[in-house]
Design a protein around this ligand. Sequence first.
Ligand code: PMP
Ligand code: GLN
Length: 378
Amino acid sequence: INSKLPEVSTTIFTVMSQLAHKHNALNLSQGFPNFEASPELIDLVTRGMQNGYNQYAPMPGSLSLREIITKKTNSLYGSHYHPETDITITSGATQAIFTIISAFIHPGDEVIIFKPAYDSYEPSIKLYGGTIVPIQLTAPDFSIDWQEVASKITSKTKMIIINTPHNPSGSILSKEDMLQLEKLMKNTDIILLSDEVYEHIIFDDQKHQSAALFPGLAERAFITASFGKTFHTTGWKMGYCLAPKELMAEFRKVHQFNVFSSSHPMQYALAEYLKVPEHYLSLPGFYQQKRDFFLSMIKNSRFKFIPASGTYFQVLDYSAITDESDIAFAERLTKEHKIASIPVSVFNLNQKDDKVLRFCFAKTEDTLKRAAEILCEI
Ligand code: PMP
Ligand code: GLN
């Protein structure tokens, strides 16, 4: 086989979840909640099915869902997304990201990404012949040096991918970061892919700096979002993307042949559920409580940390415990101590090993307590 992705193996999320299962370990690796979604939301899916939403949804998504999302986005960020032309409902953010890349990247185009990066970006870029221009961010704060970014922009730069709040580090971009990026993108044709799947999971009263807040970014940006993250339904694979209509028209040219449309009864349910803003506005408090609970219980352990600013991931530095590689240590923790995490080096440039592991705290108090007890013994 003449593989198009010779260097790609099974994603770390599958590897670690399988290892956790095999060794009967607490699974704080792959990012998903171990508690149920709201019964009300689940009932709405049934209602959608009973009400006849069982055939294809419109290609860009059901209009009522597009209307309520654009209304929410415009009121949160002062943007002007139009439900008819500037939004498409997708089968998860992963599909949106893949489709954006496939619609715009020609062979030889350069795409700037920040490492550690969510692992779907790079294979998608490579499949379309794009050249990855990586910029390594460094623990513990994972901040971006915009001068370095400026030095990496060339006439071939087609796209920049940012992710805030950031998986895996839990860091966020500030208003100043976004203004710097806006300045860099001025007078260029660069497209911004702003992966904002954790937009509602942000802590300590900080404000999510969406690309939608910055007109100079929004006019060239795709913003991706995931209902899996926001409504504890990662298994539904529902998400969407926003962009100005000229960009979205190109997106839809691919989307219509990629999936055509996404699950109709779920779109019905999500449109109804989104009518209550509290359903997403309660998320910062909900997850901050979990973060604080988890961190308060491991504060006397040998792991070091800076509390995550957003996402439901906490990065823990284990350099005081062992000099094993993060991959070896994550494996040993799973097999011997029965707790699974994600070694961050797999997302880094040249697998740079900062001796940090990522733990998902989208878990019940009971699971977090048991996890903390294990971590305190190590
Ligand atoms: N981007 C980031 C940064 C993620 O962590 C994830 C994983 N949930 C996704 C995109 C994909 O989201 P979805 O599950 O909706 O495909
Ligand atoms: N986004 C999730 C994580 O970071 C996993 C997504 C996946 O399994 N592909 O853990």
